[in-house]
Design a protein around this ligand. Structure first.
Ligand SMILES: NC(=O)c1ccc[n+]([C@@H]2O[C@H](COP(=O)([O-])OP(=O)(O)OC[C@H]3O[C@@H](n4cnc5c(N)ncnc54)[C@H](O)[C@@H]3O)[C@@H](O)[C@H]2O)c1
Length: 305
């Protein structure tokens, strides 16, 4: 029988071993849409946060992304100027993976490419202390694949934040067949007690919980739009005003990034098959055209730079 707290989705307070090692210094690899958001979440609570990017131009983009997001939160009265200034003080940037050496946790948030992530995980494993946790924000790549190429599969897990990370409360914690209970508990305590996030624990299966349910729905919206009988605005309006969603599926596709959706759909299809998981031709063409959504200024809608 379900209890009231099950029905409300409120998890019981989690007890953690007091001997769990704390996480004080954080690294984020990749400062794009997600990496800059994750770094902002950490810096807002006063954690020493280092972002590693590929080159100076990417560092500049990442820094500007965080500054813009913090200023937006201040202008909307969601954040005090003191907290914004604290966050900016706590952030540093680098193009050298070697600077991650003193981090207790690093969250990898580079593009959704297996090759790129494997190379980043090899580098993290090489430079980081043996008791440091290596996390990935991947939406679809098996955690065990990344853990297995390191010398510490027990300390590798998925920490899947949602977009925009400073706004969305959820973090999916993904345990692979190699991840230890202690690593799960350290990451759980950190996400809940330090970052103030809500956590669900998931198995290492494509899409985890949320994307496995969400992505087939987004793909269906793209197929419906491609049939040409309903406008993007009407599809979005239907789901907002008929189902109470805060935004429609095509607006959400643009926010997530169409390349990311294509990559997740490919992995869902590879793992589970089913035509509902297959990327529709229009999605493929839009990605090929560079119409990736908000980040390129054009997707199902157009955006000012
Ligand atoms: N976009 C979303 O809504 C969303 C949500 C949850 C999870 N994710 C996942 O988060 C990850 C990042 O996605 P994103 O949307 O932020 O991508 P993005 O394209 O916005 O950013 C990726 C960043 O990684 C950097 N990068 C690439 N290779 C690097 C390397 N070797 N070292 C350091 N930096 C490197 C790029 O310069 C870029 O700034 C992906 O795994 C994605 O699946 C995305």
């Amino acid at each position: 029988m379900s209890t009231e707290s099950d029905v409300a989705g409120t998890p019981p307070p989690q007890e953690f071993e007091s001997s769990l090692e704390p996480i004080n210094k954080v690294g984020v690899i990749g400062g794009g849409t997600m990496g800059s958001g994750i770094a902002e979440v950490c810096a807002r609570v006063g954690l020493d946060t280092l972002v590693v990017e590929v080159d100076d131009a990417a560092v500049d983009n990442a820094r500007k992304g965080v500054e813009k997001s913090l200023d937006k939160a201040v202008s909307r009265d969601k954040l005090s100027t003191d907290t914004r200034d604290l966050a900016l003080d706590c952030l540093s940037f680098s193009t050298d993976m070697g600077d991650l050496a003193d981090r207790d946790l690093a969250v990898e948030a580079v593009i959704e490419s297996l090759e790129e992530k494997l190379s980043v995980f090899r580098a993290m494993d090489k430079v980081m202390a043996p008791n440091a946790i290596l996390a990935t924000n991947t939406s679809s790549i098996p955690i065990i694949t990344l853990g297995s190429i390191t010398s510490r599969s027990d300390m590798v897990l998925g920490m899947h934040f949602f977009n925009p990370a400073p706004v969305q409360p959820l973090v999916e914690l993904v345990r692979s067949l190699g991840t230890s209970s202690e690593t799960m508990d350290r990451a759980d305590r950190f996400a809940v007690q330090v970052l103030g996030k809500r956590v669900i624990r998931c198995r290492d299966r494509a899409g985890f919980v949320v994307n496995r349910l969400l992505v087939p729905y987004l793909l269906d919206a793209i197929r419906m739009f491609d049939e040409g009988k309903v406008s993007a605005a009407d599809i979005d309006s239907g789901m907002m005003h008929g189902c109470g969603h805060p935004m429609g599926p095509l607006t959400l596709c643009d926010l997530i990034g169409l390349d990311t959706i294509e990559a997740v759909a490919d992995v869902l299809y590879e793992e589970f098959k089913g035509s509902h998981n297959a990327p529709p031709p229009l999605l493929r063409r839009m990605v090929a055209a560079g119409h990736l959504g908000r980040k390129t200024g054009k997707g199902f809608y157009e955006y000012d730079s």
